[in-house]
Design a protein around this ligand. Structure first.
Ligand code: PHE
Ligand code: ZN
Ligand code: ZN
Ligand code: ZN
Length: 294
C-alpha cells in the first residue's frame, strides 16, 4: 500500500485530504489506516494553531476488517430486503450502544427470521469500519454490479438504538422535518415505522436522514432506505423530555464514543421497543415490499 511518509499540519489546513486513501481500500477485506485516530489529533492541534508533523509507517499501521453478510436461502432473489448495522466501534470505547445495540437487534431478527419462509430474499449485513468513514458499506455498494443493485428493494439501517436518554428517532425519509427526502419509497418506510410506534402507543420523532451512517452509500445510488436512531451527542430538549421522559440538557447518549459505552450504557426499554420494530418491518417486507423499490 505505498510508501511511508510524513505530513505537516498547519493552521487551517485539512490534513486528511492530503492523503490518497485509495491504495489502502483494495484487497479481500477493507483495510483501515489506524493512523486515522492520529490524524484527528493532528487536525485538532493544527486547528488550535500548532504546527504538527506526523510520521507514519503504513505497513505497521494497517488493519484488515470485513463485512459479514448473511442471506436467507429462501425468497425471490430478484426482490431483496436488506438490513444492516455496523459491527465496529471507535477505538476510545467498547461501543455497546454504538453499535452493539443495532448489531444485536439485526442479529436476533436474522436468527428468528430463519424460522420463516420469506417470499422475498432477506439479506443481513454487519458492516466493518463504519467509524472510519462508512468504509464497509461504501465498499459493498461500490462493488455491487448494477443488476445486483437493481434487485435490492430497500435497505434498513440500525445504528444506536438503545441510548439511555433516548428519543425514538425514525429517519426522515420524506424530508418533512429536515428538508432532505430519501429516494422514492423512503417516505413509505418512515410511515411504516411510524405506524409501528403508534400501534404500540409509543411516541416517536423524525431524525436527520443526511447520510451519517451506513445507509448513506445506499441512498446515494437511489435505494429506498430507512432506519431507527435513539440519539448520540445532542442534548435532550425540555420538549423531548416531556414526551419521552429522561433528562433535558443531557446528551441522548451520554457515553457516545467514550470508554463508558459499556453494557451499562443501554436502555433496555429502548432496545426492546426498537428490536420489535426491526422484527415488525422485516417480517412485513419479507412478504410484501409494498411497491417500495420496484
Ligand atoms: N454514524 C454515527 C456513529 O456511528 C452515529 C450518528 C449518526 C451520530 C447520526 C450522530 C448522528 O457514530
Ligand atoms: Zn459511532
Ligand atoms: Zn454508529
Ligand atoms: Zn418525515
Amino acid at each position: 500500500a505505498g510508501a511511508s511518509g510524513a505530513i505537516v499540519f498547519n493552521e487551517g489546513q485539512e490534513g486528511r485530504t492530503e492523503i490518497d486513501l485509495n491504495p489502502v481500500l483494495g484487497g479481500p477485506g477493507i483495510t483501515i489506516p489506524s493512523f486515522f485516530t492520529s490524524f484527528a489529533v493532528g487536525e485538532e492541534l493544527a486547528a488550535a494553531g500548532t504546527s504538527v508533523t506526523m510520521n507514519w509507517d503504513p505497513v505497521s499501521e494497517m488493519r484488515t476488517t470485513y463485512n459479514v453478510i448473511a442471506e436467507s436461502r429462501k425468497g425471490d432473489p430478484g426482490n431483496v430486503v436488506m438490513l444492516g448495522a455496523h459491527l465496529d466501534s471507535v477505538q476510545e470505547g467498547p461501543g455497546i450502544n454504538d453499535n452493539g445495540s443495532g448489531s444485536a437487534g439485526v442479529l436476533e431478527v436474522a436468527l428468528q427470521m430463519a424460522k420463516l419462509k420469506p417470499k422475498n430474499k432477506m439479506r443481513f449485513a454487519f458492516w466493518g469500519a463504519e467509524e472510519f468513514g462508512l468504509l464497509g458499506s461504501a465498499h459493498y455498494v461500490a462493488n455491487l454490479p448494477e443488476e445486483e443493485r437493481a434487485k435490492i428493494a430497500l435497505y434498513l439501517n440500525f445504528d444506536m438504538i438503545a441510548s439511555t436518554n433516548y428519543t425514538f428517532g425514525i429517519y426522515d425519509g420524506d424530508g418533512d422535518a429536515f428538508g432532505t427526502a430519501g429516494p422514492p419509497g423512503s417516505d413509505q418506510i418512515e410511515a411504516d415505522f411510524e405506524k409501528y410506534f403508534a400501534d404500540r402507543g409509543e411516541p416517536f420523532t423524525a431524525t436527520a436522514f443526511t447520510g451519517r451512517s451506513d445507509y448513506g452509500p445506499f441512498i446515494e445510488v437511489g435505494i429506498p432506505s430507512g432506519g431507527l436512531f435513539t440519539g448520540a451527542e445532542v442534548l435532550k430538549t425540555p420538549e423531548e423530555a416531556a414526551i419521552f421522559g429522561g433528562t433535558a440538557g443531557v446528551p441522548l447518549d451520554p457515553c457516545y464514543h467514550q470508554a463508558c459505552d459499556t453494557i451499562k450504557n443501554i436502555s433496555d426499554k429502548a432496545l426492546d421497543v426498537n428490536a420489535d420494530a426491526i422484527a415488525t418491518l422485516a417480517a412485513t417486507y419479507a412478504f410484501d415490499t409494498g411497491g417500495i423499490g420496484g
